[in-house]
Each structure stands twice: as structure tokens, then as C-alpha cells.
Design a protein around this ligand. Sequence first.
Ligand code: SF4
Length: 66
Amino acid sequence: MIRVIADNTKCIAAGLCVGREPGIFDQAEDDGLVFTLRENVLPEEYEGVAESERICPSGAITVHRD
Ligand code: SF4
């Protein structure tokens, strides 16, 4: 199973993750901080969340594979 965690205490609202994988990540309307629409990642979404983890400038995204 692939899971993704987005830590909104680290997020700086840059929005790169949402641009890369909009089915998984979204930003709050008031402060722009990240939240996940779903933590369970489908195999076809894996590349998008892994790239989001790499490109997030604040290290807020972590992908877990068990
Ligand atoms: S890319 Fe990182 S800093 Fe930008 S919105 Fe997503 S979690 Fe927040």
C-alpha cells in the first residue's frame, strides 16, 4: 500500500504539489496550506506524489510504501 502524508505545519503554500497531483492534494481556501483529499495512493498516482515529495520546497510531503 502507498500512503502520503502532508504536514501542514511545514507547508509554505507554494502549491507545487497541487499542480502536480490535484487528485491527492489541495490547499485550504483561507491560508493556502496543504491537505490531502486521500491518503491512500493508487498505483497510477504514485509518480505524481513521489515527484510532489521531491519538489515540495518545505519538505512537507512524505510518501510511505508498505
Ligand atoms: S508543495 Fe509543499 S509547500 Fe507547496 S503547497 Fe504542497 S506541501 Fe505546501
